[in-house]
Design a protein around this ligand. Structure first.
Ligand SMILES: [Zn+2]
Length: 178
């Protein structure tokens, strides 16, 4: 989700925005999630260190965005492709062993993609795919995981909910006024 919202969303909260384009911009935008990921995968011995291939990560973010935007059913084929491409497979690594879903020695971008893709696949696989949602407000493509009891959340947050409400109110007034 952080990957998608940071690297693959061009409209947020009613404004267009340029996703980060250079490697250093992308790395800065992804922190602190990136630092956390490095600690848990590279430092634990589960993924190769070295520079992060941010271009490949941005491509993966676009693919993962489809799962949120097109609905879980439409996104399944693309998600399966992504899991195969990144050789996502459950395995234990490190000491003490931690469960991960990228092959041992995967580079950081590959490891992040395999782990994120697996997380989405598990959500869909237990019948909760409808909770992977994209904001319905105009001018906002942010994605989120809907934790409401009946999976009824429509907006990324209060600002978008308020904007959408105001727009609906204006639309009602316009249709009522001759
Ligand atoms: Zn929104």
């Amino acid at each position: 989700m952080v990957l998608v919202n940071t690297l693959a969303v061009e409209r947020a909260l009613g404004r267009t925005r340029e996703p980060p384009r250079t490697a250093s911009e992308r790395e800065a935008a992804l922190d602190p999630a990136l630092t956390d990921w490095r600690t848990r995968t590279v430092d634990a011995g589960g993924a190769g260190g070295g520079p992060l291939d941010t271009a490949r990560l941005a491509e993966a973010a676009v693919a993962l965005r489809a799962v949120f935007q097109d609905g879980p059913d439409a996104g399944v084929a693309e998600l399966n492709d992504l899991l195969v491409r990144h050789a996502a497979v459950p395995n234990l690594h490190g000491e003490p062993p931690v469960l991960a879903f990228h092959p041992p020695g995967a580079d950081l971008a590959g490891a992040m993609t395999a782990d994120a893709g697996t997380a989405l696949a598990m959500v869909i696989g237990v019948g909760q795919g409808e909770r992977l949602s994209a904001c319905e407000a105009a001018g906002c493509d942010l994605v989120f995981f809907d934790v409401t009891r009946n999976a009824s959340r429509r907006f990324c947050g209060l600002p978008c909910q308020n904007r959408a409400k105001a727009a609906a109110y204006r639309a009602r007034r316009t249709t009522r006024t001759p």
